[in-house]
Design a protein around this ligand. Structure first.
Ligand code: NDP
Ligand code: TDO
Length: 283
């Protein structure tokens, strides 16, 4: 899409978006550092785009616990500045958020209107970003997704394939539930949404989008080992057996009915997408 400005160039979702929208302009850290929100706004006002997507974020969930100011600048203040600049230009702004805005209680898939309750700095700064975007006054959408994977960047699939080639057995948490989501499907969903927003100024708001069907990290790991033909066994453990600096939600299931209803976007089959990613990683 010509005239589309995307923050993020090297990330999982941005890399897939560049494949689908080669005409768009992608700003990397060297052109727009998200620790400098004013520079992000200035980049928008200088480019005068027809639409804006933010695919950049501080995504190191554990590291965010020890660098909350940096996480807040990147995940809250920068998207807030982008949304304000978008509102000033009168163009739609789409931002990507996360299942980690929820507290993980219960076992019902979360709907967009459910109460949030982030357990860590990453989720809290992403939630504050959502709220600042909604307050900016322009046309905006927030796509909350979960457990993103692709052949690029850092993700659970690549970690499991690396560890699975080195070890005979891995212990993986089996009490956190969610939907692994291919970055390629998120990129496609973002492009569909932003085009629909351009066509209809009334469109926008918060939407959930995740791969189907829901599983656990252990279930995801077993499928990765199987598809990558790694003999490594995956043993189920509880969250309490795998201590991490950041707490993670037990229930990350996202109800994706609204995005299907309003944008015609269906949940992607993560197992089929995993086959493509494993093939890409091997070649
Ligand atoms: N990864 C996941 O599992 C999930 C991600 N999300 C959300 O989806 C979106 C895309 O995530 P994903 O593609 O996985 O992200 P990645 O972690 O793959 O990439 C993050 C991107 O943000 C950029 N970035 C980080 N800090 C800065 C900075 N200071 N200035 C400029 N750019 C910066 C990185 O650039 P550089 O390469 O230069 O560091 C990189 O391009 C994010 O909003 C994320 O919160 C939601 C749910 C799950
Ligand atoms: C490597 C490893 C992880 N785990 C657990 C830790 C954790 O609970 C779970 C996933 O670990 P990771 O650290 O890879 O995933 P994490 O960084 O928590 O992934 C999250 O990233 C952010 C950006 C999001 O927005 C979320 O949707 C989610 O994708 O697996 C094991 O149980 N055993 C292992 O050997």
């Amino acid at each position: 899409m010509s005239g589309l400005l995307v923050f993020g160039r090297t990330g999982q979702v941005a890399t897939e978006m560049a494949r689908l929208a080669p005409d768009a302009t992608f700003l990397g850290r060297d052109q727009a550092d998200l620790t400098d929100p004013a520079a992000c706004a200035a980049a928008i006002l200088a480019a005068r785009p027809v639409a804006i997507i933010n695919a950049a974020a501080h995504t190191a969930v554990d590291r965010a616990e020890s660098e909350p100011d940096l996480a807040r600048a990147i995940n809250t203040d920068a998207p807030a500045a982008m949304a304000q600049a978008a509102a000033e230009l009168g163009v739609p702004f789409l931002h990507i958020s996360t299942d980690y805005v929820f507290d993980g209680s219960g076992n019902r898939p979360w709907v967009e209107t459910d109460a949030t309750g982030p357990l860590g700095v990453y989720g809290a700064t992403k939630l504050a970003g959502e709220q600042a975007i909604a307050a900016a006054g322009g046309q905006w959408a927030v796509l909350r997704t979960s457990w993103v994977f692709s052949a690029h960047g850092a993700n659970f699939v690549k970690t499991m394939m690396r560890l699975g080639a080195e070890r005979e057995e891995l212990r993986v948490v089996a009490d956190q539930y969610g939907g692994p989501t291919p970055a390629a499907a998120i990129a496609a969903a973002c492009l569909t949404m932003i085009a629909a927003m351009q066509a209809d100024p009334a469109k926008g708001g918060i939407y959930h989008f995740a791969g189907t069907d829901d599983t656990t990290w252990a279930g995801f790991a077993r499928e990765i080992m199987s598809q990558a033909e790694l003999a490594c066994k995956v043993g189920d453990i509880a969250t309490s057996d795998y201590p991490t600096p950041a707490k993670r939600p037990g229930n990350s299931r996202l109800d994706c009915a609204a995005i299907a209803r309003d944008f015609g976007i269906a949940r992607p089959d993560w197992r089929a997408a995993l086959t493509d990613v494993v093939t890409e990683l091997r070649t």
